[in-house]
Design a protein around this ligand. Structure first.
Ligand code: PGA
Length: 251
């Protein structure tokens, strides 16, 4: 039985002061539940402040970073290490978001290194994959996404797979208002699950949580969550609106 998992990716939005206001408002609306996992991923600068409020108010909301470096320390000006993220008490870290791949040239090899170091520091990665519109139109979306899964999981220990979440986010659906149909999204999530069964085994594939991401909103979450292979959502734009995010959690 997979517990549904809704995560909010705030991207480069909200100062730490706005984030404090947001988490207080969300906490007010949010009723602690044990039949769903909820996580928010604020920018680095707000992680500490938001975490303090989650702890003080005993909210059952998990918190994660949106990225990190694959080395533990060193001469990497401007980067944030997994040690630093772990020391802040983070639960999750988003790895390989398509915006990181597109604007910061992250490759499957980099994603693979980051996922491995995340596990080393007991951070649970939300590993993102997804195809562009051109790839979808060429009819090669499945081949492409399953190739990403295979390369990003290269030489990954099976014991770690149980703490992995994969987010399938078709790039053409991110921030565009155009979501994949629930059956197309489910089709890809099912193919990803089968790929993980091939790479590892059936029980790992059965336990793996796969999220859909791309223009998830209150009006489409119910239909997406009704799909057998979609276990949750990675929500961008709608995750920084308390009302929308609350409605999504309560789908
Ligand atoms: P969106 O973003 O919900 O704004 O489309 C999703 C994401 O990028 O994770």
């Amino acid at each position: 039985m997979r517990i549904p998992f809704i995560a909010g990716n705030w991207k480069m939005n909200l100062t730490h002061l706005e984030a404090i206001q947001f988490i207080q408002d969300l906490g007010y609306e949010f009723k602690n539940k044990n039949n769903i996992d909820v996580c928010i991923c604020p920018p680095f600068t707000a992680l500490r402040s938001v975490k303090n409020i989650i702890d003080a108010d005993k909210l059952s909301i998990k918190i994660g970073a949106q990225n990190m470096h694959w080395e533990e320390s060193g001469a990497f000006t401007g980067e944030i290490s997994p040690l630093m993220i772990a020391a802040l008490g983070m639960d999750y870290v988003i790895i390989g978001h398509s915006e990181r791949r597109e604007y910061f040239f992250e490759t499957n090899d980099i994603v693979n290194k980051k996922v491995k170091i995340a596990f080393k520091h007991s951070l649970k990665p939300i590993m993102c994959v997804g195809e562009s519109l051109a790839i979808r139109e060429s009819g090669k979306a499945k081949e492409f996404v399953l190739g990403q899964v295979t390369e990003c999981l290269k030489d990954m220990d099976i014991k770690n797979i149980f703490d992995l979440t994969i987010a399938y986010e078709p790039i053409w659906a991110i921030g565009t208002g155009k979501n994949a149909t629930s059956s197309d999204a489910n089709d890809m999530c099912s193919a990803i699950r089968n790929k993980v069964a091939d790479l590892y085994n059936n029980s790992a594939a059965e336990l793996l949580r796969i999220q859909y991401g791309g223009s998830v909103k209150p009006s489409n979450i119910t239909e997406l969550m009704a799909m057998p292979d979609i276990d949750g959502a990675l929500v961008g734009g709608a995750s920084i609106k308390v009302e929308d995010f609350t409605a999504i959690i309560n789908y």
